[in-house]
Design a protein around this ligand. Structure first.
Ligand code: HPA
Length: 279
């Protein structure tokens, strides 16, 4: 049975969070596979397990802690999702989008999303950062859109535009911060697949051909939900492995994704802290 959430359900999640803290977060952060460490640096942190928030998806993947952290980072009030839910875990698209709408109701105006992804662009190396310039909603073209179902006009319009979904000014800012810090950073197109199986060599060649620079299993549903409700978005993709697209090439594995995460964590942290300081 497909599920769609109503305003009272979003409000119930907000009420549960408000029992822990009255902080009004300005920025929402979603930390992807192996990229959780930044949540530990939040000051005056209130930590709420996802399972204590009504309707929240409870992530099950290794490397995802599954809690909401509210506090201060670089002097900015933030709400951090330490771990995120993926479609392949069995959650509906509506449930994956739910935390974003809860963030919106908490006061969030800017969403920063991170993820681990496979590099399709031949110039990308593991450990590089890709500032997401645009995305291809391949999973959405197959019918999986978080906005499917009754539109909640309190959040946004029935048919939201997705031009410049990733704010150009924030991309430029992130690029400048990376350059100054000597972090290899590209701007490119992220493509979202459902997973959990990795791509075949033929998939890889197809994805490259249609204009994608990096491939992953997240981010796009959250970004669509955020843009629907008028949030600004910055997307940072950590390249954890490179995809060749030749028969006989070794498949990616979750261990190398987590290993690259260890290189990527300080790089993404530098960029995110720089962006927060510039707000
Ligand atoms: N493919 C899909 N998702 C990923 C990959 C990949 O190669 N690496 C990290 N997430």
């Amino acid at each position: 049975m497909e599920e769609f959430f109503t305003m009272p359900e979003f409000q119930a999640a907000v009420t549960a969070i408000r029992r822990y803290t009255s902080l009004q977060p300005q920025v929402g952060l979603i930390l992807g596979s192996g990229l959780n460490a930044l949540a530990e640096s939040v000051e005056d942190a209130t930590k709420i397990p996802f399972r204590d928030i009504p309707h929240f998806p409870v992530s099950t993947v290794e490397g995802h802690e599954g809690r909401l952290v509210l506090g201060m980072l670089e002097g900015v009030p933030v709400v951090v999702m330490q771990g995120r839910a993926h479609y392949y875990e069995g959650y509906s698209m509506s449930r994956i989008g739910l935390p974003i709408r809860v963030m919106k109701l908490l006061g969030v105006e800017l969403l920063i999303v991170t993820n681990a992804s496979g590099g399709l662009n031949m110039t990308y190396r593991p450990g590089d950062v890709m500032i997401i310039r645009d995305h291809i909603n391949l999973i959405g073209m197959a019918g999986l859109n978080p906005l499917r179902g009754p539109n909640l006009a309190e959040f946004g319009p029935r048919f939201p535009g997705m031009n410049e979904a990733y704010a150009p000014a924030l991309r430029q800012l992130a690029q400048e911060i990376a350059l100054r810090a000597g972090i290899p950073a590209h701007q490119g197109v992220y493509i979202c697949l459902a997973g959990p199986s990795f791509e075949t060599p033929a998939d890889v060649r197809f994805l490259r051909l249609i204009g994608a620079d990096a491939v992953g299993m997240s981010t796009v549903p959250e970004v669509i939900t955020a843009r629907h409700s008028g949030m600004r978005v910055l997307g940072l993709s950590g390249i954890s492995n490179t995809l060749i697209g030749e028969e006989g090439a070794p498949p990616p594995n979750h261990e190398e994704v987590l290993a690259a995460g260890r290189i990527l964590v300080p790089r993404l942290e530098t960029i995110i802290r720089g962006v927060l300081r510039a707000l």
